[in-house]
Design a protein. Structure first.
Length: 453
């Protein structure tokens, strides 16, 4: 049985997340990192571009993480960015449009992210079963999304046990790769090609393309904000969780990449379809590589599971306050947003029919345009409009992190290609049109003061 909730805290009251949010945020952010997506990043970069990509993304991620840490500590509510934008830009003015666009980005782009994880899972599974046909891989990806939906379709305390178990496997696989690198890597293989640091237009276009993939890989560190109302001591744990997650991902990313290219020549890694499995096969043979592949598949499934868990809470939290389409406010008798979970899960499953590269490019550019750029200015707007809100955590060196994040996101968008920019702008325009249609019916800004929730 389902009901329409009138309070976003209903699900939160049923249970609370772990005593700290560190494990949750790290699990969301690490997900499958270099396991599945590195093959794509190796394929689109030379060694020099890859090094620049790593450095660029670490800086941008830290800057963006400081923005979300300040917002999350100040307004720890389930729904995350929706609440931040609503308050920062005015709950009776433009904040309604900005928060609606954030929700629009969630329901239009997040299923793409989840689908990309499932497609990556299916493609990597071909290492174990090379005879798999294209349609078999697509059906396998659909099955991954449906299984994750089944697991997430329950109370969050039961879901949390699954999350911790999957997180252990992810970190175990990472530790294996790093350990092999420590024991077997050769420093003479970690070299920069002749002319590798020569800056040119082609270099920066290639860097932009590589950064797009890396941005996609890094997505996840803000997911803890989506369930902020269910985190104990959020003023302390949300900022710490975000920064620990970014630091952990950066450390694992650098260590794992140096481990791989210290054993496999980087040009060979560029040609590899299953780079981590081939890395292990070079050292220990096919059997060990198959074991690693299974661990990678678990990590990839963890990506699908973790994103679906966090994303499904955001439209529910807004709809339960009357700020989004009311169907998303439906609550299961066990206290979880059942309709939102099903919508995200089934939409993700349908999108598995799209290719992985197209999914990554569309979702990254669209999410940056529709979901990220507004959040960059939110701390500045919030300080000006709502000085009464207590800020337990303030971003370091304000406003420098905001400027770095804005520059980084614009660089990703402008180097992505005209097709993907147009897709992102079209989604933004469609979201604005949907808001105006709804606002006119409810006499909300800019057509009136709206109803009182």
């Amino acid at each position: 049985m389902e009901t329409v909730s009138s309070s976003p805290s209903t699900a939160s009251a049923a249970c609370r997340l772990a005593e700290t949010g560190d494990e949750l945020a790290a699990h969301f952010a690490v997900r499958r990192r270099v396991f599945v997506d590195d093959q794509a990043l190796f394929a689109v970069t030379d060694k020099d571009e890859r090094d620049w990509t790593e450095g660029t993304l670490h800086v941008v991620a830290i800057a963006d993480g400081l923005i979300w840490a300040e917002l999350g500590a100040a307004m720890p509510q389930s729904g995350g960015g929706y609440h931040y934008l609503l308050e920062a830009y005015g709950p009776k003015g433009p904040g309604r449009l900005m928060s609606f666009l954030f929700l629009w980005a969630i329901v239009t782009t997040m299923p793409l992210i989840i689908a990309s994880g499932a497609v990556g899972f299916a493609q990597y599974a071909m290492y174990l079963y090379p005879a798999m046909t294209m349609w078999q891989t697509k059906l396998l990806a659909v099955g991954v999304c449906l299984l994750a939906t089944l697991i997430v379709h329950r109370r969050i305390d039961g879901v949390g046990r699954w999350g911790m178990a999957l997180g252990v496997v992810v970190l175990g696989a990472a530790a294996w790769i790093i350990g092999e690198g420590v024991l077997n890597a050769r420093l003479d293989q970690i070299v920069v090609p002749a002319g590798g640091w020569r800056l040119s237009r082609e270099f920066f276009v290639g860097l932009g393309g590589a950064t797009l993939y890396a941005v996609y890989d890094y997505s996840g560190y803000t997911t803890v904000c989506n369930v902020g109302g269910e985190v104990v001591r959020p003023a302390e744990n949300i900022p710490r969780s975000i920064l620990v997650a970014i630091g952990l991902v950066a450390a694992l990313y650098i260590a794992m990449n140096f481990s791989i290219i210290g054993v496999m020549p980087w040009r060979q890694a560029m040609q590899s379809t299953y780079v981590v499995s081939d890395f292990v096969a070079n050292l220990h043979g096919r059997t060990a590589a198959s074991v690693m592949t299974v661990l990678i598949l678990v990590a990839s499934f963890a990506s699908v599971f973790a994103n679906m868990l966090g994303v499904s809470r955001v439209p529910y939290a807004a709809a339960s306050q009357g700020r989004f389409f009311s169907v998303f406010a439906r609550l299961h008798r066990d206290g979880f947003p059942s309709w939102s979970v099903r919508f995200i899960g089934f939409t993700s499953a349908a999108l598995c029919l799209v290719g992985l590269d197209a999914l990554i490019r569309v979702v990254t550019v669209s999410w940056v345009i529709v979901g990220c750029l507004g959040a960059v200015a939110a701390p500045t707007a919030l300080r000006a409009i709502r000085p009464d809100i207590r800020r337990p955590f303030r971003m370091w060196l304000y406003p420098i992190p905001s400027l770095i994040a804005l520059t980084g996101w614009l660089f990703v968008v402008l180097t992505s290609g005209l097709t993907y920019i147009l897709i992102g702008v079209t989604l933004l325009a469609a979201g604005a049109a949907a808001y105006l249609w709804r606002a006119e019916r409810l006499a909300e800004w800019p057509f009136g003061t709206g109803i009182t929730i």
